[in-house]
Design a protein around this ligand. Sequence first.
Ligand SMILES: [Zn+2]
Length: 178
Amino acid sequence: MEPLDIKKYPDVVLRKRCVRLQEMTDSETILFEKMLFTMRHFAGIGLAAPQIGISKRLIVADIGEGAIKLANPIILKSKGLDQMEEGCLSIPGVGVAVDRPDEVIVSGLNEKGRAIEVKTKGLMARVLQHEIDHLNGKLIIDYLTLFEKLKLKIQGQGELTRGTNVKKGDKNEHKNPF
Ligand SMILES: [Zn+2]
């Protein structure tokens, strides 16, 4: 299997709201496997379909405790609050400290089309929320304040204004982006 191309900011596909899946077909089952392969190839721990240019509500994640594949994921419940620096495969070289709930219950369809609920906390809860953001066209840089955006620019991390290019840098690159 060959890894798929990861779409990088400011590709417009990363800003689209993805469509719900009507039913799970063989093409989604194959897509899940390709997404997992691509995610692992680039040492990621999560990947959403828009990151490979497909505007469908599909996400995968694996933090080393087994793969999670979800279609139409929805956050049913969340609690707690935690902050962690996140990296994104679509925004290389940029790390952003993001506040998120620490525990979530996420519902969705598994690769067999069966409705499931995933209850998780810590890193996996964070990855699932980051991937669901992707399905709504939201990126980690959207969590930055204007001041932080300017600071990033000054540090040579590149333009973070929509429609311009982020320069690739190796500083602060998250070791396990998603
Ligand atoms: Zn990401």
